[in-house]
Design a protein around this ligand. Sequence first.
Ligand code: URA
Length: 262
Amino acid sequence: MDSGMDSHTALALLQWQIELGVTEAIGDAPVNRYQAEAQKPAAAPPAPHAVAAPVRPPAMQLDPVEVARSAATSASDLEGLQAALGAFEFCELKRGARSLVFADGNPAARVMVIGEAPGRDEDIQGKPFVGKAGQLLDKMFACIGMTRQSPAPEAALYITNVLPWRPPQNRDPKPEEVAMMLPFLERHVELAGPDVLILMGNHSCGALLGRKGITRLRGHWVEALGRPALPMFHPAYLLRNPHAKREAWHDLLMLQARLREG
Ligand code: URA
């Protein structure tokens, strides 16, 4: 039957469904559910003294966090870690995302920025912080002479996220997703070896400090993964609350002072 739909419309509809988080396509053969229902054998009446079959746990249940830890620790460099992430099949987010968003910038940078998760633009381009919030992030750091493109470690940024795949419709990360991906982030920080971490926003603080409340946390040095870390307002928050740029500027100056100390 001709549906009257051209291929562009069909593709646009499909992309829209992916945007909404659809992860499975329908089968290519139609199924007549009415017929399937009619063909079902009638359920047998329960035997008078039937004993419920024991429910056995699956023979081997893998703990995704343990699998992640083992995959992450076996990576001996950043390329290996990216490959290990690409091969990790336990996180449902991977199925709804277009790209694995690993990192951007100079891995030798003294400063590593850790955001929350890719959004739409990041998912399309495969790089963290490339949308509107990312553009603001670039402008903010440029004010203290730091860019992701700089070849000099003291003027460079290295950027990643807690989650490497975009959550559908940019929803908040779930605790089990964060727990599953944390071993990869820990190894990422270990392999890059920055002097200082910037925890961008509440979810980054939640994942690495075990607490949220960015309004109180920002502006104070803390320790995360054994390194000095500075929580800062997320640039997406600054876009919605421009008056908070004043605090962000204060935090950038704190970072600059710390880096000058050595
Ligand atoms: N927000 C984030 O936290 N990370 C990105 O990569 C983009 C937006």
